[in-house]
Design a protein around this ligand. Structure first.
Ligand code: NAI
Ligand code: MG
Length: 346
């Protein structure tokens, strides 16, 4: 039963593609069980946007986020190759969402790793994601050569490093690790490292700093993940390492993300639209639910966020409540019902 004890916060809800409508429906049902903190303006995007009005990023969606400055977004499918630029990348650019925060924490005991608690901060606007790329034709092969340029700026390197160190200070974290490939991409990721080290000096005595080459970091995350606290890295490395981090805590179904800018913030799961399981009613809604918890933290409702997280942990202890990706047999609906039961008693 919905109960309202505070003014609802206007926010944009984008159901998205594939499993998107299933998991956004699950998350709004759980939020309703804790008093419906958000007043949703539902907007279509991605393939659903194309189906509705021919545009994967409709003007009404952009206007809605410009007004609410806050969105919860289901995954959006980007057709591989072909005409469309990633809708996710376009949204990040449109609202200058420079910081992508991707925390992972063990919530299911008895998995491959216990006690994982790592926050990855991914630079969200630069690097190879500017997708400044071309083919160079040779003879009769129009795609004989491919060419891509990455862009990193000192200003952005410093801004994202400052975000990571500030996050560490605010959340009582001890260490920030700068992850790069400065031994090979000396200019592109060397500048990122240099900017990060400059910023680290401002936090001397408060937050420790170290750095890793990305390939070594990937290996160490498997061998001894507990050595990491906050990681800050470039756009592409952050994309890859955040999926690896998800794997440490039970898979993509467990990994939330926040895209944060000066004037707007968009919360989403790390995973995509999972076309292989879409419509089957078995998607794990947790990644998006935990993203909604980050959204509650963002709007200064951490008590509500922690109530939901505790409810989730209790529900996860019932093995029969878990979805197939977590080794269980439950449907999305059964999992949601279990979580709703537990948040009610938190
Ligand atoms: P994916 O993340 O959609 O799926 C990878 C694997 O993980 C699949 O086997 C899927 O079934 C499983 N999986 C993902 N989320 C799950 C969940 N909540 N519960 C249970 N299992 C889950 O990645 P994929 O297949 O590479 O991409 C599919 C589409 O999603 C592409 O069009 C891609 O562009 C888009 N995408 C969108 C993102 C976004 O909107 N932020 C992020 C990543 C991909
Ligand atoms: Mg990714």
């Amino acid at each position: 039963m919905a109960e309202t004890r505070f003014a609802r916060i206007p926010a944009t809800l984008i159901p998205g593609d594939g499993i998107g409508p299933e998991i956004t429906g699950a998350v709004t049902a759980i939020l309703d069980a804790v008093g419906s903190p958000f007043e949703w303006d539902v907007q279509q995007g991605g393939m659903a946007g194309i189906a509705k009005g021919g545009d994967p990023l409709p003007a009404s969606l952009i206007e809605s986020i410009r007004r609410t400055k806050l969105a919860l977004k289901g995954p959006l499918t980007t057709p591989v190759g072909g005409g469309f630029r990633s809708v996710n990348v376009r949204l990040r650019e449109e609202f200058g969402l420079y910081a992508n925060l991707r925390p992972v924490r063990t919530m299911i005991p008895g998995g491959r790793y216990e006690n994982i608690d790592i926050v990855l901060v991914r630079e969200n606007l630069e690097g190879l994601y500017v997708a400044f790329e071309h083919y160079i034709p040779v003879g009769d092969d129009p795609h004989a050569v491919s060419f891509s340029a990455g862009v990193n700026t000192r200003a952005e390197g410093k801004r994202i490093a400052r975000f990571a160190f500030d996050y560490a200070v605010r959340h009582g974290r001890k260490k920030v690790t700068l992850v790069h490939k400065a031994n090979v991409l000396k200019a592109l990721t060397g500048l990122f490292l240099e900017a990060g080290r400059e910023v680290a000096k401002e936090y001397e005595g408060r937050v420790q700093v170290d750095d890793r080459i990305v390939d070594a970091c990937a290996m160490q995350l498997v061998m001894n993940p507990w050595q990491f606290d906050v990681i800050v890295t470039t756009n592409l490395f952050g994309d890859i390492l955040s999926d690896e981090l998800a794997g440490l805590v039970g898979g993509l179904g467990m990994a939330p993300g926040a895209n944060i800018g000066e004037n707007a913030a968009i919360f989403e799961a790390v995973h995509g639209s999972a076309p292989d399981i879409a419509g089957k009613g078995i998607a794990n809604p947790l990644a998006l639910l935990l993203a909604a918890c980050l959204m509650l933290d963002h709007v200064a409702k951490p008590d509500l966020a922690s109530r939901i997280r505790k409810g989730v942990e209790s529900a996860l202890r019932e093995t029969q409540a878990r979805t197939p990706d977590l080794g269980g047999k439950a449907s999305t609906k059964q999992f949601v019902d279990a979580i709703v039961r537990h948040v009610g008693h938190a």
